[in-house]
Design a protein around this ligand. Sequence first.
Ligand code: ADP
Ligand code: ZN
Length: 719
Amino acid sequence: MIAVLTTQPLGRTLDYRAPEGGCHLGAFVEVPLGPRKVLGVVWGPGQGDYERSKIRQAYRVLDAAPMREEMCLFLKRAAEYTLTPLPAMLRLATRAPGLGDPPSMRKIYRRGTGEPDKMTAARRKVLAALAEYGDLAFTLKELAEMADVGTSVVKGLVAQGAVVEEDSPRDLPFPRLDPSRPGKALTADQAAGAAQLTQAVRSERYGTTLLRGVTGSGKTEVYLEAVAAALTAGRQALVLLPEIALTAEFLTRVQERFGARPAEWHSGATMTERRRIFRMVGQGEAQLVIGARSALFLPYQNLGLIVVDEEHDTSYKQEEGVLYNARDMAVLRASICGAQVVLASATPSLESWANAQAGKYAKLELTSRFGAAVMPQMRAIDMRVESLPSNRWVSDVLHKEVEARMARGEQSMLFINRRGYAPITLCRACGHQIGCDHCDARMVEHRFLKRLVCHQCGESKPMPTVCPSCNAEDRLAAVGPGVERLAEEATELFPDARIAALSSDMYGSARALKAEIEDIAAGGADIIIGTQLVAKGHNFPNLTLVGVIDADLGLQGSDLRAAERTFQLMRQVAGRAGRAEKAGVALLQSYQPEHPVIRAILAGDEDEFWAAEARERKAAGVPPYGRMAGIILSGSDVAMVFDAGNQLARQDAPLRAIGAQVFGPAPAPIARVRGRHRVRMLVKAEKSAPLQEALARWVAQLRIKGDLRVAVDIDPQSF
Ligand code: ADP
Ligand code: ZN
């Protein structure tokens, strides 16, 4: 008899009779559950709490490598840490669609020797896509998607012999990466760092290193040497990147260093590709995986290194479903399988900084930019004396600086951390602001899409011409700036400039975005206008000026992490300027240039900033010097949700037992999402307190009524 953990939300494993032919611990199996067939993993011997005759038999063992013991342990610990039911955790590890289906015969497409009789733009795109991936082949759908053309274009090329169609019985193998190829000649600092990481990887033991270095100091070069060490030792490596837009440039660098492209795991990957990566990772065939946070849950056979690049990035925190921070889970996973972790950042999170200070993580610093590049000069533009006319956001000072760059043939970037055209749509007749029907949030006008979009739930509707409240015609006005509106202003201010506006929703595909970024890097734009999408990681060698339109934006509100976030974001954005030989300048438009955070950014004294932040957090007893958890209660009836919160607040004995405090219930930072009212409670405890156990006992007291849902968020992003 076997106990099977399924991905269904049940509180426990279920007993089955072993399938025909038996099965191993960790095997993926298909089992009957009521009238359905569900996926599960053999989790242990059966519990035997049913009569033998009533126990059903598992249907079959799936054709996938069994889950390794360390993976089971990882899921268990991750579930305990995040207070997530194990089935939900298992779901993260079985994201490959059709897992277990044997690779079937399928048609694949590669470049042929023939040339098309007539070259059209669409055909050229297909051939270019194939040329880019060298000798790899793709399915029809993948190829068409990659080239952004219809499948008939590919078929036309097949008829002409320019593309050949073949039957392929199995997953396409990944080309071998060659770690023995020579890397770039490293500077003394970089070489010392690489040696430290290489040695750590060779130890084949767990350890975490915080690799801190200003943008452009060569962190990537250094950790690629650690990757080389892992590959040389025959172990697998994983590099987590916060943004798909960053992968293009990174893949090129991997190709230069190791002679081939690695596996690329992200939500935009096709089904076939995901299934292929899942299997290849499990067989140890994929040596290096580049991916988004979910790549942590792939079934590595022999993982030796995890790099978390831009480790401070908030996108590592998954905010829906299972609430986890990929950075913390990377450390957990590595500690279980004896791997090294490298946390790389120019502006580490206070958490990692404190762990390095405390000696829990090794430290590695790169203090200067590579080559002639120097850190940009930072200056504030005092917006109080600029007195701009309404609906203008670029100050005269900034305007002149951009013109000066254009005259010298250099690039400028204007940064605003707001998507869309305008954050508020207001009726001038009645004062009504258009909000989302399902969320406690404003609808944001996206002129590019000609729609109003809710950034909470993604709901959108056509831009109305009549006020939904008072029916006045043509009185709706855009209030405040977004990236699209800034682009419009720039077009007026700089009529001769080539302007590239970059925002995630302006690009239909990661591919189109990648093409745009490459075009910009090659000099295809004078002015780059963007949201935080452009703040991260891209190398624009000719960019010498960064103008931050609203440096104060992140400082509003009562969030204790606001200072840290603004500091990181501003340093990251500024770091885009002057990455090659030319010196860079970053100008911060601010209405409060004497604010301590703005002053710290301008002074560029990171250690001073972190020390001051650390003092405040210590005094408040909040992370990383204390522990926090957020409890979000949600449901369609606001009174019912508040009642539940009040009930929990009264029954706080399990928390008092560990000396923890409860705050709330109070409306959550976003009080309504997708029609559900949300109430938040915050729990604060000493660093050493057994918070998870106490929380589990506390929340278990809640009687779930109606559609009430409870989500526990360990280490919430805002508090
Ligand atoms: P970071 O990851 O710290 O931002 P990168 O590794 O991206 O820095 O390096 C910044 C730029 O400098 C890149 O274009 C990189 O190729 C180049 N670079 C860094 N170190 C070297 C080196 N030792 N030799 C040649 N180029 C280097
Ligand atoms: Zn909404």
